[in-house]
Design a protein around this ligand. Structure first.
Ligand SMILES: C[S@@+](CC[C@H](N)C(=O)[O-])C[C@H]1O[C@@H](n2cnc3c(N)ncnc32)[C@H](O)[C@@H]1O
Length: 226
C-alpha cells in the first residue's frame, strides 16, 4: 500500500486527530526546544493534522510554516484546522522537498521520518534546503532500542525503517549534517495504571509500560546544517 492510500484512510476516519493527541505529549517539549525565531521559515515533514505548524506560529512567531505530507486527505484536514494564511500544507514526498537550496531556517518531523522510502535521500534533501546553521529536529517513537515499537510494522502496510540511535547519528553525518544533540524525551502524560491493574489489553507489566513511555519516550536527533 502507498503512503497516500494508507494515510488517506487514517485521515478519513479521524486518526489524524488521535495521533495529534498522543504525539503532542513529547512533540510539545521538542517544539519548545527548537531555536525558531520571529519570521523564520519552518518545514514540518509528515505534518498529519498540522499541529506543529500551528504551535510554532502561536508560540514562536515563525514567519511561514510549510507542512509537507504525502496524503492529500491529511493535508486537506490540516488546512481545515487553521485559518492562518502563513501555514501552508503541501502534498509531496520526502524524497523531493519542494524548496530552493538554503531557503529553510528549521525543519521538524514527528513520527514520520521512518516512512521515507529512502531516508538517506530525505536527509540529503534536508541538507540541501536548510540554510547554514538551520536545524532538523527529528523525533521518532519507532526505533531499534524501543523494543516495544518493533511490532508496529505488522499493523501498517507502508515499509518502515528501524534505525538505532547510532544509525540516526551516522546517517545525519553521512548527509553532511552535524549532530548537535540526541536524547530520549520522556512522555510524562500518558497515564500509567497502578501495578495491580496489569496485565492490561496493551501491556503485560507496569515495568514495560514505564520503560516505553517514561524511559524510551521519543528519540530526538537534532541535525545542524554547516
Ligand atoms: C504517523 S503520521 C504522523 C503525523 C504527525 N507528524 C503527528 O505527529 O501526528 C505520519 C505522517 O507522515 C506522512 N508521510 C509518511 N511517509 C511520507 C512520505 N514518504 N512523504 C510524505 N509524507 C509522508 C503520512 O501521510 C502521515 O500524515
Amino acid at each position: 500500500m502507498s503512503v497516500r492510500e494508507e494515510f488517506d484512510a487514517w485521515a478519513a476516519d479521524g486518526r489524524d486527530r488521535g495521533m495529534e493527541d498522543r504525539h503532542w505529549h513529547t512533540a510539545k517539549p521538542i517544539l519548545a526546544r527548537m531555536p525558531v525565531e520571529d519570521g523564520d521559515t519552518v518545514v514540518d515533514l509528515g505534518s498529519g493534522s498540522g499541529y506543529a505548524g500551528r504551535a510554532l506560529r502561536d508560540a514562536k512567531d515563525a514567519g511561514r510554516v510549510y507542512g509537507l505530507d504525502g496524503s492529500p486527505e491529511m493535508a486537506r484536514n490540516a488546512r481545515g484546522y487553521t485559518d492562518d494564511a502563513n501555514v501552508a500544507f503541501l502534498v509531496g514526498d520526502f524524497d523531493h522537498l519542494p524548496f530552493a537550496d538554503d531557503s529553510v531556517d528549521h525543519a521538524f518531523s514527528m513520527e514520520a521520518f521512518y516512512y521515507a522510502s529512502d531516508p538517506h535521500e530525505t536527509l540529503a534533501e534536508l541538507a540541501r534546503v536548510l540554510r547554514p546553521g538551520g536545524t532538523f529536529f527529528c523525533a521518532v517513537n519507532y526505533y531499534e532500542e524501543n523494543v516495544h515499537s518493533h511490532e508496529w510494522q505488522d499493523s501498517i502496510d507502508v515499509e518502515m525503517t528501524r534505525w538505532s540511535a547510532a544509525e540516526y547519528r551516522r546517517a545525519f553525518r553521512d548527509a553532511g549534517l552535524h549532530v548537535a544533540e540526541q536524547d530520549n524525551v520522556p512522555d510524562r502524560e500518558t497515564a500509567i495504571p497502578p501495578a495491580d491493574a496489569f496485565p492490561t489489553d496493551g501491556w503485560e507489566s507496569r515495568e514495560a509500560m514505564v520503560e516505553r513511555y517514561r524511559e524510551f519516550g521519543t528519540l530526538l536527533t537534532v541535525g545542524v546544517a554547516p
